[in-house]
Write a protein that binds this ligand. Structure first.
Ligand SMILES: Cc1ncc(COP(=O)(O)O)c(C=O)c1O
Length: 373
């Protein structure tokens, strides 16, 4: 029986809620969006002012309100999806890539610090696998250097650092509800932001108009007031999102159970030095978004992945580091510039984790992996 890498959680509520939604006006930022925001508030203590069509759009919204000038720099980790780099470029800034911590694949704070210049305006940290870096230290450094801190929390709904929901610690936080994420509506995202950016973000997200204020009855008409775009999640997607969020605890606990099953089954291989397991530092509580192992080199990685595939098990590598991509080369980086990011690219393999996978199947995956080593 093949074991897929992803499989969508089917919420028991979604059909009924979607039928209700179909009967409504379908206007964006309507009842379904309000319910999603209510659940984020009540279950995750997170104020979620802006639902967006994707995390990519949420990052573009955040960068869009910073008014970057040509030559302004934004630091972000290379082991990453391209969205943050694109958002910096689209906002007129220069992305500056830094290396990652080999223990977590998150931004390496020391390397980040070395790359701060008088032109640096912001830093974008990624919570890889829903595990954060030392946010206390990062917040302190950002404050000292006068930098805006943006959390790319694409994978991190329901994950915490010292009890604080990831995405709520910096000035901005961006979430993804893409079909590959724990909570999904196919395509979707959201942005949190510090109060001082809220009004500008509201204007930007509504094509640079004060339409939201007009809908609240604050003015008789609305008009073009600033630069912006249309970055609003459809009510239809918000409805699916709400249905999924009702099962947040169940989804998270099933995923965490699978991660624990992998950990138990593969621990002897780590103890004998044959691989390294994903680690979660004590201050972090993950949401089981992913589970990965690290091998000694690309040869072992390829061999194990092929063996798993031959047994119908879909295990996947992850990002091509931004500095090693064609765009990274065009920006002037060479493959050897950021060794820990390169190493993650060469040695990291993600194992299947989704709510439709059983613990028995996870143990079977671990067994095939062990035989392939
Ligand atoms: C770290 C990170 N940021 C942003 C994104 C983009 O998310 P979306 O597909 O919602 O735009 C991804 C996609 O997986 C991601 O891994």
């Amino acid at each position: 029986m093949p074991i897929s890498f992803y499989s969508r959680f089917r919420s028991p509520h979604e059909r009924e809620l979607i039928e209700d939604c179909l009967m409504g006006p379908m206007a964006s930022d309507g009842d379904c969006a309000a319910r999603v925001q209510g659940l984020f508030q009540s279950r995750l203590h997170t104020n979620l002012p802006f639902l967006t069509p994707s995390c990519t759009h949420a990052l573009e919204l955040a960068l869009g309100v910073l008014h970057l000038k040509s030559g302004d720099e934004v630091i972000l980790p290379s082991y990453n999806f391209p969205s943050a780099g694109n958002a910096v470029l689209l906002a007129g800034g220069t992305p500056v890539l830094c290396d990652v911590d080999p223990d977590t694949q998150n931004l390496d704070i020391d390397d980040m610090q070395r790359r701060i210049t008088p032109r640096t305006r912001a830093v974008i940290t990624v919570h890889y696998g829903a595990v954060s870096c030392d946010m206390d230290r990062l917040v302190r450094l950002a404050n000292e250097a006068g930098l805006i801190l943006i959390e790319d929390a694409a994978q991190a709904v329901g994950a915490f650092y010292k009890g604080r929901h990831l995405g709520t610690i910096g000035d901005f936080g961006a979430y993804s509800f893409h079909s590959t994420k724990n909570i999904s509506c196919g395509e979707g995202g959201a942005l949190t932001c510090a109060e001082k950016y809220r009004q500008q973000a509201e204007l930007y997200r509504e094509c640079g108009t004060n339409r939201s204020g007009y809908l609240r009855g604050e003015s008789g008409r609305y008009a073009w007031t600033s630069r912006g775009s249309s970055l609003i999640l459809s009510e239809w997607c918000a409805c699916l999102l709400y249905a999924q969020l009702l099962s947040l605890e169940e989804i998270t606990s099933r995923r965490l159970e699978l991660c624990e099953a992998y950990r138990q089954a593969l621990l002897p291989l780590e103890e004998s030095g044959r691989l390294r397991l994903m680690s979660v530092p004590p201050d972090c509580s993950s949401n089981g978004h992913l589970f990965y192992v690290r091998f000694d080199g690309p040869g072992t990685l390829g061999r194990v992945q092929n063996r798993l595939h031959s047994q119908g098990i879909d295990a996947r590598t992850h990002y091509v580091p931004l500095h090693m991509s064609p765009m990274g080369h065009a920006l002037g980086y060479r493959d050897d510039d950021l060794p820990a990011s390169r190493r993650a690219y060469e040695t990291l393999l993600r194992l299947p984790v989704h709510p439709n996978l059983s613990v028995g199947e996870a143990q079977q995956v671990a067994q095939v992996l062990a035989h392939a080593l």
